[in-house]
Design a protein around this ligand. Sequence first.
Ligand code: AMP
Length: 514
Amino acid sequence: MMTDLCEEISNSIAGQVWQSVKQFPDRPALELGDRQYTYLQLYRAAASITRAILDLDDPNPFVAVMADKSFTCYAGILGVLMAGKAYLPLNPRFPASRNLFMLEKARIRVVLAGDCSDEELEKVLENYTAEIFIIFPEETGLQENEKFLPKIVSPDDPAYLLFTSGTTGQPKGVAVSNGNVTSYLNNIRQKFDFGTGDRFTQNFDLTFDLSVHDIFLAWSTGACLLVPDDNSSFAMSRFIREKQPTVWFSVPSVVKLMDRMRLLKPGAFPSIRLSFFCGEALMAKTALAWQKAVPQSGIINLYGPTEATIAISSYELPEDSKQWKTELGIVSIGQLFEGNSFILLKENPTDDNGELCLAGPQVVSGYFENEQADRAFFFHDDLNKINFYKTGDIVCADAFGNLFYLGRKDTEVKISGFRVNLKEIENHLEQSDKVSQSVVVFDQSDAGDRILIAFILGEFEDHLEAENKLDEFCRRHLPWYMIPGKFIFVKDIPLNTNGKTDKDALIRNYYHGK
Ligand code: AMP
């Protein structure tokens, strides 16, 4: 009976954390600035939030969390999961309209408000018409002797809801289940050794699913989570030296920037024993620069879209860089985790490469209430009787089954690891006054600044004034990483011989040429 209960509990994320709390109550679970919190402290704070949530008796499975990275925020996320609910992270750095969009889509009735400014929360909620309850965790006291077990959930119950950039101008919701996440956690723990002595970095925003790896891999192994308070390159390198993480996780862009700032001195970061990268192509050049700074560390390239839960494949780079498997200078994304499978959708059967399609316990069954997107991105394979998700990533495979990322088949790009569909920006711009058409290009040609350029067709008298207005319009609706760095007003949008927008000609005629 007891074994059944333990087994059921470990099928949920909160249950896996609860087991760490039971085994290591006095070990550090979280370090924020100079403050350290033990597993027991974390659990107690989380349990008080759980109780406040359950008291509200809200039937909606989602609870929004609006907080900067603070103790409240981390305890809040755990508290939501312990209540058998799923969390929807809002981002205090997003424009209010974007946060409002997410609240409305998920029909949120309970918001957990942390240490972000009241003003930001007010801006989001002033246009929200549904009834809403706000929990301020500081006001929820816990009874010292409260014994609270995480609620038993089914593997299909959602754990978190995230929104990714979409082509239509509206982000797509992805509800990831407890089963999806525990599959990932079990897979990654099986491949790599983590222990209570480990200290995990927490570099990602909570609206980015890679943060789930940091938080719950650490807490399901009794390790400590280290939260940097500044993400600049200099602060990051100071943070590593002071906090001595053992497990590093970031997008490659972070390391590229540290390299450019000359912070990757030989042997600079001796505490790190495992380095994970994910979110965008890992260039061999970047991996080599990092290896110099952490020669004692294993380096692992993880790959995966939000729809396949954090990461679904991995490639561990051999110590000798001459043996690294690469294609076009990009490190292999390796092989899928056990239990998951892929097929390549090829334009011609003789092609070496194709669109990577994924299936298995880590892959979500569809988008959140979005049948149109489901039809576009998911399909049923009658032969194998499984659902596949079409990633949009073009890959090829070698004879050993190692996969190599070659690029995208659509207008999606990665900007510092953030997924951005250029069509979403174009759609927003075209809703602005006087813009009849826009084409957005991500200029990656320059080794230095990689910027978004918006080519604008429309009737404008004063280009400077129009540029300011467009910039302001974007800032009101789009996250910072989606705001064009340049607006260029054009007289025509050139087409190529297939009748498609000729982006190269746009760049040639209006950007490089003038
Ligand atoms: P996201 O849903 O934000 O995690 O973004 C998923 C997308 O990021 C994937 O479909 C890929 O295009 C890209 N991506 C993630 N990891 C890698 C990687 N290791 N190498 C190349 N691209 C990656």
